[in-house]
Design a protein around this ligand. Structure first.
Ligand SMILES: [Ca+2]
Length: 315
């Protein structure tokens, strides 16, 4: 009897050990599983042909997109508003009005910056074709009037600029490509992900962060303007930078919104044109009177490195 019982205990012990071994093996396997986006980022950046290597920070695992966005169709319309300069800082209590052909839907962002509208009356086509207009008003922020696509997007709001002479350029885009980059040149100074305060010292312009995992925003701030200088802004498709035929940048839904100290709403918005070849979009420049001049030209390389790319300015 005692022998039989000992045998059963041994069997039970064996089963318990086997199960815990299998559970531990499964977890290890899970830990080694890297999300698709991570694989793509690491592989892209391991062999970089950009003038200067990306800093180590870009090897950080991309943050996961809000689960809130993962499911549901247009009947459960979700978007999110965050601070354009402090990523992952939501803007709660913002009043949002969506509008199409005079039909309006109003909502207010929750504590995490989301608006969610059940039975949203506008369609996926309306969203993708830019037919939905929206206006956002939040305390302390510039009023943003913009248009779709906005479904399951994170949109940056820009704090109202109080300091005279300050300009802010906010880049945002859609889900793909994962990583596009802001570039600003002036006085042969180059402000971009590798030199966020510029390649020359004390030039009073900076990039807040390099966003590498869809949507943006990335914000470039000009804190003090040098007189009689041109400032040129471009957007580079880092993800597809090795391609000589890609049109993916033009399908990124990228938009560039320019804010100024003397206005409580954007002074200019640029929307990337679709179906255009190129991995860099030269968007606009400030001329010597600090007036905005549109460029809207595509190319396949960042020309001139840190030198001002004069050839893209309209003469
Ligand atoms: Ca970027």
């Amino acid at each position: 009897m005692l022998q039989l019982r000992t045998g059963s205990y041994l069997k039970l012990l064996f089963i318990v050990l086997l199960v815990s071994f299998l559970l531990s093996a499964c977890k290890n396997l899970e830990d080694r599983t890297i999300p698709d986006d991570s694989v793509s980022i690491s592989a892209e950046q391991s062999s970089n042909n950009f003038p200067i290597e990306q800093p180590d920070s870009v090897y950080h695992k991309p943050k996961k997109k809000p689960k809130y966005f993962d499911s549901g169709g247009y009947d459960r319309f979700v978007m999110r508003f965050i601070d354009s300069q402090e990523k992952d800082t939501p803007v709660p209590g913002a009043k949002v009005i969506f509008e199409k052909n005079g039909q309006k839907i109003r909502s207010i962002t929750d504590s995490n910056g989301y608006v969610e509208i059940r039975s949203f009356p506008f369609t996926e086509e309306d969203d993708k074709l830019g037919r939905i207009k929206y206006t956002v008003q939040a305390n302390g922020y510039d009023i943003l009037e913009d248009k779709s696509p906005c479904f399951q997007r994170e949109i940056g709001l820009s704090k109202t600029i109080k300091k005279q002479g300050t300009y802010r350029i906010v880049l945002s885009w859609g889900k793909r490509p994962l990583d596009i980059d802001s570039h600003l040149w002036f006085k042969d100074n180059h402000v971009y992900y590798h030199s966020k305060k510029g390649t020359r010292p004390n030039m009073f312009s900076d990039l807040d962060r390099d966003d590498i995992d869809s949507f943006g925003p990335e914000t470039t701030t000009i804190r003090k303007v040098f007189r009689n200088e041109n400032y040129l802004f471009a957007v580079h498709d880092y993800t597809n930078r090795k391609s000589n035929s890609s049109k993916r940048l033009s399908f990124s839904d990228a938009r560039v919104v320019v804010y100024a100290y003397n206005s409580n709403r954007p002074i200019k918005k640029f929307y990337i044109p679709k179906n255009v070849s190129g991995t860099i979009w030269y968007v606009f420049y400030f001329n010597k009177n600090f007036e905005i001049k549109e460029i809207n030209t595509f190319d396949y390389k960042v020309k001139g490195g840190d030198k001002f790319p004069y050839e893209y300015m309209l003469r």
